[in-house]
Design a protein around this ligand. Structure first.
Ligand code: LHQ
Length: 267
């Protein structure tokens, strides 16, 4: 199967076997975010959304870190006035989180090392989080007098409860990959050297599954945060109508009845 790649400055973007692999690629500063890097990431997610050859997305970091959050040299330049902090949040992080939640394809985070500040909460925005044994998650904002952003105050209390979220956010402790797994944040932890290949394998597996249904599942999960049970049940009925009209539903049922493996097409 052909591999396609797109050139960016601060991220890698390669499509292979149905998977768009996006690599945060500023390893000298632990893949800290600048505005240009965030714009590139948002563009890459749009590309992945628009490309019918892409059926799953894998997000990881180059080098020893996943992402150290905001590039503090950009946020607080020594030789120039600091840009308004809320503009950075609105332009860098908010659209990125919304893009990850909106793309109707599974997004897997392969957290290969430290994920700090916005980098930790970027991982939390993804659908499935895999981590290397050396990975750590740090709500680093408290250490520099900020509040958690990048959706962390929304995702983390929903994931682990408000009190554990508050403790992590106020203490800024390093959460190990295994502790994050015990809390339900991380799906699987792998030996460092095996993370990327295992994540690729999982992404390739998902890319061959009924990905249109996964997109609809994601839409339902997104909506569940604000819906009543009644509204969510109705949404499930509507989305099930869409899923039931897909090739993959027909194929899945036929394959079951004929006792063979299904050939899903994501449509
Ligand atoms: C960095 C960074 C970094 C620049 C490592 N920036 N260079 C939103 C809106 C606006 C403003 C602010 O923020 C936000 C959202 C946020 O994300 S706030 C949180 C920002 N992130 C942090 O506060 C984390 C800062 N980094 C760290 O605490 C440590 O680097 C961690 C714990 C991530 C890793 O520690 P180490 O493994 O000991 O690595 P290191 O500290 O030696 O870092 C390696 C290099 O990377 C080093 O540069 P150097 O030239 O000395 O080799 C660091 O300066 C650089 N780096 N994070 N965020």
């Amino acid at each position: 199967m052909p591999t396609t790649a797109r050139r960016f400055e601060s991220i890698g973007y390669v499509v292979h076997e149905g998977v768009a692999e996006i690599t945060l690629d500023r390893p000298k500063v632990l893949n800290a975010f600048t505005r240009p890097m965030a714009r590139e990431l948002q563009q890459a997610i749009r590309d992945a959304a628009d490309d019918p050859a892409v059926r799953a997305v894998l997000l990881t970091g180059a080098g020893r870190a996943f992402c150290a959050g905001q590039d503090l040299a950009e946020a607080a330049p020594q030789d120039a006035p600091a840009p308004p902090i809320e503009d950075i949040v609105r332009e860098t992080y908010n659209p990125t989180v919304l893009a990850i939640r909106a793309i109707e394809k599974p997004v897997i985070a392969a957290v290969n090392g430290v994920a700090a500040g916005a980098g930790a909460n970027l991982a939390l925005a993804c659908d499935i989080i895999l981590a290397a044994e050396r990975a750590t998650f740090i709500q680093a904002f408290a250490k520099i007098g900020l509040i958690p952003d990048t959706g962390g105050t929304w995702t983390l209390p929903r994931l682990i409860g408000i009190h554990r979220a508050a403790a992590l956010m106020m203490l800024g402790d390093r959460l190990t990959a295994t502790d994050a797994q015990a809390m339900g944040i991380v799906w699987r932890v792998y030996p460092d050297a095996q993370l990327l290949e295992s994540a690729r394998e999982l992404a390739r597996h998902l890319a061959k599954e009924p990905t249109r249904a996964f997109g609809l599942t994601k839409r339902a999960l997104n909506a569940s945060a604000n819906n009543t049970l009644e509204a969510q049940l109705e949404l499930e009925a509507q989305l099930q109508a869409e899923a039931g009209a897909t090739h993959d539903f027909t194929e899945g049922v036929q394959a079951f009845l004929q006792k063979r493996a299904p050939a899903f097409q994501g449509r």
